[in-house]
Design a protein around this ligand. Structure first.
Ligand code: BGC
Length: 751
């Protein structure tokens, strides 16, 4: 054993000597000698004890050898409230209120790598205060379906944007001494039947779209742990998927850390042991005694256990355990993180449309705020990913505070939001059926709201969804504005034409009815602890809006790729919402055995990805389907002039330079987007693809030269015949713009 350890240590040193500094993943191996010595002192029982949960949010170390337990905390957008050791029920602590950061799609709407890094540092620091070693985040799955229940947690429909932000979040968090557990690996793009659905897709789509964010965070960011997803990919559960975990993650990407199954997502002893899982969360029925038994029969070897323990210990040694008398001595939420949350919120807000309504004019003296989303707190709900925030400024509070004296702000709910909370007993889960998005408007609430708008100088309507509608565990039925909001907006606009809408949601909504009834529309997200403050700053014009959509708003759901191709909902009828099924009255009455048999009798759910890499705008652009609001879209209170584009190819990259000018009279940020098209290509490509972006801050009237680099490796495609990345040489059209549908400049370059 000692010899092997020495060999490993010298191999690492040799690699460092030959090829310069260690890669972020290889850095994890620097303690391998010490680790191997420790493993040699451990009993089989102690080792196997590290391969499964100890409590709901920890896995064991070995106290006798001074190896601390590994403590996990849910992210991705705030350190989750402390739960009971055996589950998610609150532990009733008082110091565990954390900073509620804007959720994933809001972060992505900033298109800011700098902010993603800061966000990661905020998460990492607060995790340390709570004694946590690993945060269960970032969540970086591609937003494939507009109805996706976890769209709000995820970043974008685009792999390049998702990957850039995932990488920075990872670095920020790990620079603070907390490991990330990047999730959900991989192709976890729907909540419907997430525990059993088989995502079937081709290798090119897998590589170019769905794996990209993971790949960068792991290779360049050194992500220390990875959470295999609940679903299957091409026939095998992600927690025992040889291709994903052993061939790609460890083999090709050189991952040296450990994997943790999603909670309840481990499915067998042999599958998990042989095909890449390190830790079963939660339970020990697969990676506990059965491992010891399998070693006794010779079905598994102790060497394999040693290897898994080594991978866990690498992270244990890279992350300092927080001493028990230091952890949890101050409030989790810290002013520094609250400031980061505010900055992200300020830069995430997207002005979708503005016909002279915003910013709020100085002579507006009476504002009618309509819609329950103006007062709804969004920190919790949505099942897992919630935060017990220290405080949360709602939109109405933000508006009232900013409006100050001399401006009267009135409020009416306009509609009654549907809500339910996931609780400990099935009874508290009801009424799940109420999550249909089709409730009619309540005439009394509509009348009350309309009355309020009559003498208002400005009406601000707060529409959108909530965390009972967009939630982990199920997808939305449709993307319609819920709770009778469509009827309400028509009545409001008929009563008062000075109207702006703010959409509070994590994902896209169908705006066909709203659009003609609202001269200004803002996408306001679930925007964290300071969400209301940031929104008021934008509405009143203290800052110019600068967010850009990280996903497309289709005109209607049926336009979106997986729907248009008939891939979702599952055409074989297995698209039912498993959670709803589980709590159907007749199913609730079943015995455990009957329920198991019932669930086993359901058709095996499949999700075919025959739309391939035509995801999001790649689909709309190529098929010439006009969206309601395009990927990358977002207006400002100023306009920007783009000029002087140049593109130059070298061996390493294509360098694109241009000049952007703020033509307005206030400071503003613009997000410059570089897309490429390949009109003469022999290989099949989408009409265009994002390849680089940069957020640029410009003072009033300021002009800046902007340079962006597209790495040559990002221009490759996955060749399914040679099973390798390949570069197609030839002409590349470089398209520079302010949105995917607003290309301002273009030039050609040959690669
Ligand atoms: C979710 C994960 C989460 C875990 C622990 C699962 O249901 O899919 O994202 O980290 O629960 O809360």
């Amino acid at each position: 054993m000692k010899k092997i350890a020495l060999f490993l240590a010298s191999a690492v040193l040799a690699a460092a000597a030959c090829s310069g500094p260690l890669s972020p993943q290889d850095k994890l191996t620097v303690n391998d000698k010490k680790i191997n010595d420790l493993i040699a002192q451990m009993t089989l029982e102690e080792k196997v004890n590290m391969l499964h949960s100890k409590t709901n949010m920890s896995s064991a170390g070995v106290e006798r050898l001074g190896i601390a337990d590994m403590n996990y905390a849910d992210g991705p957008f705030g350190i989750r409230e402390e739960g009971q050791p055996n589950g998610f029920m609150s532990a009733g602590w008082t110091l565990d209120s954390a900073t509620y950061f804007p959720t994933g799609s809001a972060l992505a709407a900033t298109w800011s790598e700098e902010l993603a890094y800061k966000y990661g540092t905020g998460m990492g620091k607060e995790a340390r205060l709570r004694g946590k070693d690993v945060i269960l985040g970032p969540a970086v799955n591609i937003q494939r379906l507009p109805v996706g229940g976890r769209t709000y947690e995820y970043l974008s429909e685009d792999p390049i944007l998702s990957a850039a932000l995932a990488l920075k979040y990872t670095k920020g968090c790990q620079d603070e001494g907390t490991a990330v557990c990047i999730k959900h690996f991989a192709v976890n793009n729907q909540e419907t039947n997430r525990g059993s659905v088989d995502a079937q897709l081709d290798e090119r789509t897998l590589r170019e779209i769905y794996l990209k964010p993971f790949e960068r965070a792991i290779i360049e960011g050194g992500a220390m742990s990875v959470m295999p997803a609940y679903n299957k990919v091409n026939g095998d559960y992600c927690s025992e998927n040889e291709h994903l975990l052993n061939e790609i993650l460890r083999g090709e990407w050189g991952f040296k850390g450990f994997t943790v199954s999603d909670w309840g997502g481990t499915h067998s002893t042999m599958g998990a042991m042989l095909h890449g899982l390190n830790v079963q969360m939660t339970g020990d029925n697969y990676l506990g005694q059965p491992v010891i038994d399998s070693i006794a029969t010779g079905a598994l070897t102790e060497d394999l256990v040693d290897e898994k323990v080594r991978q866990i210990l690498r992270v244990r040694f890279a992350i300092q355990p927080v001493p028990a008398d230091v952890a949890n001595t101050v409030m989790t939420s810290q002013p520094e993180s609250q400031q980061i949350a505010k900055e992200v919120a300020e830069k995430s807000i997207v002005l979708l449309k503005n016909q002279g309504i915003l910013p709020i004019a100085k002579d507006v003296k009476k504002i009618a705020v309509i819609g329950q989303n103006a007062v709804l707190k969004t920190q919790s709900g949505g099942m897992g990913a919630g935060v017990k925030a220290l405080y949360e400024v709602t939109p109405l509070e933000g508006i009232c505070k900013r409006a100050g004296e001399g401006v009267e702000v009135t409020y009416a709910p306009g509609y009654k939001t549907i809500s339910f909370r996931w609780g400990p007993a099935p009874a508290t889960l009801a009424p799940l059926e109420a999550r249909s998005n089709d409730e009619p408007a309540d005439p009394k609430l509509v009348a009350e709201a309309v009355a309020l708008t009559k003498d208002a100088d400005l009406v601000i309507f707060f529409g959108g969804t909530n965390k009972s509608i967009e939630t982990e565990g199920s997808d939305r039925k449709n993307i319609k504005l819920p709770c009778g909001q469509e009827e309400l907006i028509q009545a409001l606009y008929a009563a008062n034409k000075n109207l702006a809408t703010v959409l509070i949601s994590g994902g896209p909504t169908d705006l066909q009815v709203l659009e003609p009834n609202s001269p200004a529309i803002v996408q306001g997200w679930w925007n964290g602890t300071e969400g209301g403050t940031a929104l008021a700053e934008v509405l009143f014009g203290d800052i110019a809006p600068s967010g850009k959509l990280p996903f497309t708003f289709p005109v209607k759901l049926e336009d979106s790729p997986a729907y248009a191709m008939g891939n979702f909902p599952d055409p074989n009828g297995a698209g039912g919402d498993l959670f709803s099924l589980m709590f159907r009255p007749d199913v609730l009455k079943m015995s455990n055995e009957e329920r198991q048999a019932f669930l086993a009798s359901l058709p095996k759910p499949v999700s075919k990805y025959t739309e391939r890499f035509y995801v999001g705008y790649r689909w709309y652009d190529t098929k010439e389907v006009k969206p309601m609001y395009a990927f990358g879209h977002g207006l400002s209170y100023v306009t920007f002039d783009y000029s002087d584009v140049k593109a130059q190819a070298s061996k390493e990259n294509v360098q694109v330079s241009l000049t952007v000018k703020n033509e307005g009279s206030m400071p503003a940020d613009e997000v410059v987007q570089v897309y490429v098209a390949r009109p003469e290509s022999k290989v099949e490509w989408p009409a265009k693809e994002l390849k680089a972006f940069q957020r640029v801050s410009l003072k009033a009237g300021e002009l800046k030269k902007v340079t962006l680099n597209v790495p040559m490796k990002e221009l490759r495609y996955w060749n399914e015949e040679s099973n390798a990345w390949e570069l197609e040489h030839g002409k590349l059209q470089v398209l520079v713009g302010s949105a995917s549908d607003d290309i301002r400049l273009n030039t050609d370059v040959t690669i």
